[in-house]
Design a protein. Structure first.
Lengths: 486, 163
């Protein structure tokens, strides 16, 4: 077995081992070490995905297929596969999980063991979604992501948490029905749900049952749109993000909606590239999400709700990138997935810091906190400038690629609206920045101090990543050009 | 054959409603197992023999055992649970409405002679169970294992007071 195989297998095996250890050792010991084990798991995942990415690149392979535990050496028996794209997503999963654990050190006092158990099942679900090579297996792992997310939102049993979790559960169940019915139609038509076979079968079939495929695609798009939180299926997202503990909100916004929704859309567009209606639908959904999310964010007064609506808006940009169907658009979308993971993690780390220090997240109750919490204030500025796509921050480059891809695909109107919406993004974040960090400090916060410990560490690390990624982005583009991808 | 399927569909609805509406977690888990068993019969009748066996053994059997084990680990006070369901009188008509709707739908389907859709003829269902489970659907086996772990963790964390 090659080094690549061991690394690829670790994406499923390491979180499982953490769950087993977490539950086998005494509760007292588990309470002390469980968060550290989760940290280790996230770091191993990041290191594994980076190593596999460069191994794949060095061997000039597009995809590495593998199997687990049995028939490992048997060619043709593989059920999992990693590509450069999936490895970037796997890195993002590890990265956001690490930030979530760093926040959890401060925000989660009780139920640490359960949090780690569920975080590991969530990571397993997301990793599984990214590495499977079959639509039904994708659905199975999607369900794991849905169940884990629901319990993570509800586990602290606050009234708002339970309400948010219930909304998520209902919408998630609805999405599952859509997706499963869509898969049934595809299976009825093609007799297979393997990625490698669907395209081949569709190309040789006559067009007598095209309606079935269109119905399947509509159902799948609706189901994945619920998971992404795109307009008009976004109603669950702000409630779930607001009501969950911040360590959970960062997971939902930072990675869950991307893997459960966006990654599924990427798979869908690859498999059904012959159905042009998919790209048009994604483009319309994307542009509506960008504008609606930004306009709704302008009206919010709760820090986490602003960030949640911002996620709705930013998912729109990623959908627009995918909708172009071009390599440039896809690279832009994947870059924006990474950038969104970094700046949303920063904003949620800031939310955790503000909540820990002030006890509220209502922006009308805050003011002048830049003087009291300079690290949080600065990281917030870096995150919002990156979200708005201001150069040289990382968000600028990914948005630029998406807009260039739209322009090249004769979608100038979409490009224009996307560009204009960056002003809206800047507007709602400037309003938030002004209300929270600028102006006079309220008397009740006169003795307020900067957050310390793991959240401060996360804020500093994320700010460095946002600025560093922006500065180094041209190098990444040159690397892609050198490999012939761009 | 179709009559059995329609009756099982009705039973699935009834047990499904019971699983959601019952106040006892244990009874709810058993109702879920019964709904799953009815689904297993439908699958068997439609020719998916191995899937039916897995549905009955894993979903209806093993998962129920795990659920009940996890429920026994939880320590939510029964009186406290009753308080949560104080509004049960307001909702008392809902299961009746759903069950009656289910029965009406079953009768309507049987009397109208609604035919079931035909599966794609190219689908090969003749494979050996071991081949299907361990080789063809290996990724799903992993998924099932993780779903069971997630379900157990969920029940423990939602119905236990604190770690």
């Amino acid at each position: 077995m090659s080094a690549m195989a061991y690394i690829a297998v670790s994406f499923l095996v390491v979180p499982l081992i953490i769950i087993i250890i977490n539950n086998l050792i005494s509760r007292k010991a588990a309470g002390k070490v469980s968060l550290y084990m989760a940290c280790a798991c996230a770091v191993i995942q990041m290191a594994s995905s980076v190593t596999d990415f460069f191994l794949l690149s060095a061997k000039h392979l597009h995809e590495y297929k593998f199997t687990l535990l049995w028939n490992m050496e048997e060619a043709g028996a593989e059920h999992f596969g990693v590509t450069s794209l999936s490895l970037v997503i796997l890195f993002c999963i590890g990265f956001v999980s690490l930030i979530s654990v760093l926040i959890a050190f401060k925000t989660i006092e009780h139920k640490k063991i359960s949090y780690v158990n569920l975080l590991m099942t969530l990571i397993l679900g997301m990793n599984g979604m990214v590495i499977v090579t079959d639509l039904f297996s994708l659905y199975v792992f999607l369900e794991i992501v849905g169940i884990s997310s629901f319990v993570l939102i509800a586990m602290f049993q606050s009234e708002t948490g339970l309400e948010g979790a219930f909304k998520y559960l209902v919408m998630s169940a609805l999405a599952s029905i859509f997706i499963l019915t869509g898969l049934s139609f595809i299976f009825m038509y093609t007799g297979s749900l393997q990625y490698s076979q669907i395209g081949d079968i569709l190309s040789v079939k006559d067009g007598s049952q095209q309606t079935l495929i269109y119905a399947a695609v509509i159902l799948l798009i609706s189901g994945f749109a619920v998971k992404t939180g795109s307009v008009p299926f976004h109603s669950w997202l702000p409630d779930a993000h607001q009501s969950a503990d911040t360590a959970v909100s960062v997971l939902l916004s930072g990675i869950v909606i991307k893997v459960a929704g966006i990654y599924s859309f990427i798979v869908l567009t690859n498999l059904f590239s012959g159905v042009p209606a998919i790209n048009l639908t994604l483009a319309i959904m994307g542009i509506v999400s960008i504008v609606t999310g930004a306009l709704l964010a302008l009206r919010q007064t709760h820090f986490k709700r602003i960030v949640a609506y911002s996620s709705v808006s930013q998912m729109g940009y990623i959908l627009l990138g995918i909708s172009t169907g071009s390599t440039l658009g896809l690279v832009g979308a994947v870059a924006h997935i990474f950038n969104h993971a970094t700046f949303k993690s920063t904003l949620f780390a800031n939310a955790a810091a503000l909540h820990e220090q002030t006890g509220t997240l209502d922006i009308n109750e805050m003011g002048g906190l830049q003087k009291k919490m300079p690290v949080t204030g600065f990281s917030n500025i870096a995150a919002f400038l990156s979200t708005a796509g201001i150069p040289p921050f990382a968000g600028f480059w990914s948005k630029l690629l998406i807009i260039m891809a739209l322009w090249k695909n004769s979608m100038q109107v979409y490009a224009g609206i996307a560009l204009f919406s960056s002003i809206l993004t800047a507007a709602y974040f400037l309003r938030m920045q002004k209300k929270v960090f600028f102006g006079k400090v309220p008397a009740k916060y006169a003795e307020l101090k900067e957050i310390g410990g793991s959240i401060k560490f996360a804020e500093i690390m994320l700010t460095i990543v946002i600025i560093g990624a922006g500065v180094c982005f041209p190098l990444a583009l040159m690397y892609l050009k050198g490999r012939g991808i761009l | 054959m179709e009559t059995v399927i329609y009756i099982c569909l009705g039973l699935m609805l009834i047990f499904g409603v019971m699983a959601v509406m019952l106040h006892s977690m244990t009874k709810s888990a058993i109702a879920l197992a019964a709904a799953s068993a009815a689904l297993g019969i439908i699958m068997y009748e439609m020719g998916a023999v191995w899937t039916a066996l897995i549905e009955i053994s894993v979903c209806s059997g093993l998962v129920t055992v795990i659920f009940i084990s996890a429920i026994s680990l939880s320590n939510m006070d029964k009186k406290e649970l009753e308080k949560v369901y104080e509004d049960k009188k307001r909702m008392s008509l809902l299961p009746v409405i759903l069950i009656v709707s289910g029965v009406v739908l079953v009768i309507a389907a049987i009397s109208a002679g609604v035919s079931l859709p035909e599966a794609n003829q190219t689908v090969n269902t003749s494979g050996d169970l071991r081949e299907i489970l361990w080789n063809n659907r290996q990724a799903d086996i992993w998924g099932q294992i993780i779903i069971m772990i997630t379900g157990s963790a969920a029940v423990v964390v939602l119905f236990r007071e604190r770690d």
